[in-house]
Design a protein around this ligand. Structure first.
Ligand code: NAP
Length: 484
């Protein structure tokens, strides 16, 4: 199957922080892949901007090296790479200074789509927004892309929204959450709203509970100073897990459009009930044979920050009354795996004599690795011996089903950047959504800070603290195994 390429207009994309880790590891290798697949029209340009004293040639060399390191197999296409590099330019600019802005003003064209990617610390967003205006660079048609974290609580998120709103309309602001750019996350909506099969069952009459797990094997080493001020709740739950929760729980939007989808997500966040402290488990990884402890990695021997969190939440509406949503995420866990699991209720009555087992349909949606889905169904065990039932997975790994050689599964970043160029905000968070998410998380964080809650230690390479297992066992349920 050949991927359908949706054409875009030529554009100028300015990447503030164009020399940083995110730009070199994700943004530019992603743009190179889009260029290679013919999605970057002729005449488009990418302009890096940061304080480093580079010229265009120096920047092109830096990006060629980055693509060689992070660009995967496609990086070997030297012809294409040379052509891509001719689209790149660079302007030295300090977001807080005055130098470089007039050069940038001369470079950025007014008659093409203009996008400004703020791939810098959020403390610089206001300076960039203001200078783009005072120097006459941005216009009413410009788009800005802002990175996470979007605030560290409701107050700071509001302040950030106000700052951006001083210079840009909400329709120009693209708050990126790269989880929403993942193929399977979008497939979640296709499965729910493109099939007649699931939606009638998608409610508290048929669903027993839902689990969302985002497990990482990496430690916080190298970014401990940032992470220690944040923790799993701010770094993962408030944004990525909440977005997944919204997509799984929202009502069908009237159409697949930016405001229709975001209105429905907002309703889910607003319907989230406060979480009882007994339904939250915070953990910190301990030292192991192949790694240091969280406190050593974070270089804070007295840190109470969580590198793991598990929680049980409820959505107070008709569809989801009494259906628990169990969320779990952490670092240094046994495998890198992100999965959403919908566990359906037991059969009310079995007609098969002697079959005592508890058969359940389970739909699991794997976000990574091996993006795909499987649906556990109950069938007759083959062979003689009467009607013995077994549960088997109907597995659909997308790469197998669609042919991994032929379908280009775009990385989340490149997909989202092309959506910015197309002016499609559906997969970006709206300001009110972000604020609503903080409004729900703030009291939980304040609660454990007030209690001086000490995170439970867990072994690196495990599934997290024992208390997280108990959170489900108490309800006579169990987490899905974390496996790669
Ligand atoms: P980074 O590696 O520290 O890069 C920061 C960039 O900002 C560099 O290009 C730096 O270049 C530039 N910069 C710093 N101060 C500046 C100033 N005053 N004026 C102009 N440019 C300035 O950070 P990063 O990891 O790329 O992260 C960038 C943003 O993305 C952050 O908001 C981060 O939270 C977010 N993010 C990153 C990742 C990731 O995987 N890295 C993932 C999610 C979100 P100079 O020093 O040359 O100025």
């Amino acid at each position: 199957m050949v991927a359908r390429v949706i054409p875009v207009d030529p554009f100028d994309l300015v990447i503030f922080g164009g020399t940083g880790d995110l730009a070199r590891r994700k943004i530019l290798p992603g743009l190179f892949r889009r260029y290679r697949s013919g999605q970057m029209p002729d005449g488009s340009r990418i302009i890096g901007a940061a304080r480093s004293d580079l010229d265009g040639a120096g920047y092109r060399k830096m990006i060629a090296d980055a693509i060689a390191e992070f660009g995967g197999d496609e990086a070997g296409d030297q012809d294409c790479l040379s052509k891509f590099l001719t689209c790149l330019d660079y302007v030295p600019i300090d977001a807080k200074g005055t130098g470089g802005w007039s050069e940038l003003a001369q470079l950025v064209r007014k008659d093409v789509v203009q996008a400004f990617y703020f791939s810098v610390a959020p403390s610089l967003f206001g300076d960039l927004a203001e200078r783009l205006h005072t120097n006459g660079i941005a216009s009413a048609n410009s788009r800005i892309v802002v990175e996470k974290p979007f605030g560290r609580d409701l107050e700071s998120a509001r302040a950030l929204n106000r700052t951006l709103a001083t210079h840009f309309d909400e329709s120009q602001i693209y708050r990126i959450d790269h989880y929403l750019g993942k193929e399977t996350v979008q497939n979640l909506m296709a499965v729910r709203f493109g099939n007649v099969l699931f939606e009638p069952l998608w409610n508290n009459h048929y669903v027993d509970h839902i689990q969302i797990t985002v497990a990482e094997t990496v430690s916080v080493a190298g970014r401990g100073a940032y992470y220690d001020r944040s923790g799993a709740m701010r770094d993962m739950v408030q944004n990525h897990l909440m977005q997944l929760l919204c997509l799984i729980a929202m009502e069908p939007p009237s159409q697949f459009g930016a405001d229709a989808v975001r209105d429905e997500k907002l309703k889910v966040i607003r319907a989230l009930q406060p979480v009882d402290a007994h339904h939250i488990v915070r953990g910190q990884y301990d030292a192991g044979p192949d790694g240091k402890s969280y406190r050593e990695d974070a270089e804070n021997p007295r840190s109470f920050t969580e590198s793991f969190i598990a929680m049980k939440c409820h959505i107070a509406n008709w569809r989801w009354a009494d259906v628990p949503f169990y969320l779990r995420t952490g670092k240094r866990l046994k495998a890198r795996s992100s999965e959403i699991t919908v566990v359906f209720k037991d059969l009310g009555h079995s007609i098969f004599e002697g079959d005592e087992a508890r058969h359940r349909n389970i739909l699991s949606i794997r976000l990574q690795p091996n993006e795909g889905m499987d649906l556990q169904v109950t069938i007759k065990e083959p062979g003689p011996g009467g009607m013995r039932l077994i549960d088997v997975p109907l597995d659909m790994t997308f790469a197998d089903a669609l042919g991994d050689k032929e379908v280009e599964v775009a990385d989340a970043y490149e997909r989202l950047i092309m959506d910015v160029i197309r002016g499609n905000q559906t997969l970006f968070m709206r300001g009110d959504e972000v604020e609503a998410a903080w409004r729900w998380t703030d009291p939980l964080i304040e609660g454990w800070e007030a209690r001086n809650d000490v995170p439970k230690l867990y072994d690196a390479g495990s599934a997290g603290p024992e208390d997280a297992m108990m959170l489900m066992h108490r309800d006579n349920r169990r987490w899905r195994d974390i496996k790669a």
